[in-house]
Write a new protein. Structure first.
Length: 280
């Protein structure tokens, strides 16, 4: 957990929700009222965001006491209680929606990720996320992917060079793009991996002739072409498949022998896991 990122996220999220005060709680609940609530699971899946919830409670009110029964990454079922929180009632209510919003989305991502990871059992292929994340929530969403058993691709534009089709077109071709990226890293004294996207076997051959990359992204390849491409690369470079990959066809892609499969759907179109924070 990157505490600096998490602390800033929680601070911003609370400010967004609180404004000049929680007037419902302020008007109906005594300031010194004490209460207890439980995080109730109302769905089936993989739980994620428990550790984040504890940080939210702590930042909202350091006097709140929590007792955790289920840790991140565990499989949960309807009726399970993940944790309880005890303390000032107004503080619990202030934290409630932020805790639920984060945990429901993170658990949905972890559940979907884990479901696909299980489908890849027996293949030497690992599951990657992408940058198709919710602005402001990328750290949380990629954290949830890890909890679900997936692997984080680059976090942002700053920690890897990924030369995609538009970069190639704007740079004037594959060779020029690769050479320019290599020269840039040398001039800046940076040590970043270089990955390049190819759209067909012809582009792949140009990459292999040029060299100078660490990973090759095979985008929207047919199964036949993907198998051919993996054979041509012959483990000289890390391979990644993307484009049009779903739960229904992911094993067919894995069977082609790629090292990684990346799926934007892990984060951009996931169903949240249902849960609630109930007073008792």
């Amino acid at each position: 957990m990157d505490r600096q990122v998490i602390d800033q996220f929680i601070k911003n999220a609370i400010a967004e929700d609180l404004g000049d005060g929680d007037h419902t709680s302020l008007s109906t609940i005594p300031a010194d009222a004490q209460g207890k609530a439980k995080l109730l699971i109302k769905d089936e899946g993989i739980i994620a965001g428990v550790a984040l919830a504890l940080e939210i409670f702590k930042q909202v009110d350091s006097s709140l006491l929590t007792e955790v029964f289920i840790l991140d990454g565990a499989r949960v079922s309807y009726g399970d209680i993940a944790f309880t929180v005890t303390g000032n009632s107004q503080s619990i209510l202030l934290a409630e929606r932020l805790v639920l919003n984060c945990m429901q989305r993170m658990s949905g991502i972890a559940t979907k990720t884990n479901r696909i990871v299980q489908l890849l059992t027996g293949y030497n292929t690992r599951l990657l996320d992408t940058r198709k994340t919710t602005p402001g929530l990328r750290y949380l969403e990629k954290w949830a992917v890890r909890i679900g058993g997936g692997v984080n691709h680059r976090i942002g534009l700053y920690d890897m060079i990924l030369i995609k089709d538009n970069h190639v077109d704007y740079a004037g071709g594959i060779s020029r793009a690769i050479q320019a990226a290599s020269q840039y890293l040398k001039e800046k004294g940076k040590k970043l991996q270089i990955e390049i996207e190819v759209r067909n076997i012809s582009e792949l051959n140009e990459v292999l002739q040029t060299g100078g990359v660490d990973r090759i992204l095979l985008d929207n390849f047919s199964f036949a072409d993907l198998r051919m491409a993996v054979g041509i690369i012959n483990k000289k470079y890390i391979t990644e498949a993307s484009g049009g990959i779903t739960e229904e066809n992911v094993t067919e892609y894995a069977a082609c022998g790629v090292d990684y499969i990346s799926m934007g759907a892990l984060t951009h179109s996931v169903k949240s896991l249902d849960m609630s924070l109930k007073a008792f």
